[in-house]
Design a protein around this ligand. Structure first.
Ligand SMILES: [Ca+2]
Length: 283
């Protein structure tokens, strides 16, 4: 069962913040400006499921995905291209914790850094599919899945065009306020939500554990994928990971950064967050 309430932060505060940037960006940078395009008409609701997972409602919208022309990034992050998300969805405010994993998986905890409030780690893409299958059975009437790569980046950017959701930060001066990464992590994960969230209220989109998403990987997909609701290539073995982790340098924590691994791969810096599907998109 879900307890829904309006969030005191997230989209409401975001809408206030983008008003000046809307005016500025429409004059200076009309081509690939997410702050101009991402204008959620309704959002910020949160919900909590029976095992304490908190979700933020992300409204349908359009954004520019991938690294900007001036951003230092690999060819697989380009070209920056327009993407439409046609249905609202709920996305986990936090990475899935070890406590939540154990609640679904019969008490089994595969993590390297044992602590109930840290993200579960050492989970493969395949392991996560079993977790989701069991969670869907446990939470009858609700449907969960991994986010698509586009949904993940849409939420990570939170209306930003910059390398990180809070800015470009080329010297990495502010990143430690938002992300556990190689320079501040002490070579380990940390409790979820212990640093600053992005403008839509999501924590640890940069750093802590890198996050599996649903999509298969293709280095050219940005050039040939559909604009509306891209779901990744139909074939291919590798699956995409996003957001960087406690072991990574700042470069790998950027919003546009993409990694890819075999679906049976596990590591102590690999975790995930999940989507709860909103069946009635008119909500
Ligand atoms: Ca993360």
């Amino acid at each position: 069962m879900f307890d829904t309430k309006e969030s005191s932060r997230g989209f409401c505060s975001f809408q206030l913040l983008i008003i000046p940037s809307l005016l500025l960006s429409s004059a200076l940078c009309p081509a690939t400006d997410n702050s101009a395009l991402a204008s959620p008409d309704r959002g910020g609701e949160t919900s909590i499921n029976s095992i304490g997972m908190e979700f933020i409602r992300v409204p349908a919208g359009t954004f520019f995905m991938g690294a900007g022309e001036d951003e230092e990034g690999s060819s697989k992050e380009k070209p920056r291209h327009r993407v439409s998300i046609s249905h609202p969805f709920y996305l986990g405010r936090y990475e899935v914790t070890q406590e939540q994993w154990m609640a679904v998986m019969g008490g089994v905890n595969p993590s390297n850094f044992l602590s109930l409030d840290r993200p579960v780690d050492e989970v493969s893409w395949n392991d996560i599919q079993l977790f989701i299958e069991r969670l869907n059975k446990k939470e009858q009437g609700q449907l969960y899945r991994l986010p698509t790569e586009a949904e993940w980046e849409y939420a990570a950017r939170a209306g930003s065009d910059t390398a990180y959701a809070y800015g470009d930060d080329p010297e990495g001066v502010q990143l430690g306020q938002y992300a556990w990464y190689e320079l501040n992590s002490g070579k380990q994960s940390h409790p979820v939500g212990s640093l600053r969230p992005n403008g839509w209220g999501f924590y640890d989109m940069h750093g802590n554990v890198t996050e599996w998403v649903q999509d298969r990987y293709d280095k050219d997909y940005y050039s040939k994928g559909p604009e509306e609701n891209p779901k990744g290539p139909a074939t291919g073995r590798k699956r995409v990971v996003r957001g960087g982790s406690w072991i990574n340098q700042a470069y790998s924590c950027r919003s546009a950064f993409r990694g890819y691994y075999s679906p049976d791969y596990t590591d102590s810096d690999f975790g995930f967050r999940i989507v709860r599907i909103i069946e009635d998109a008119s909500r």
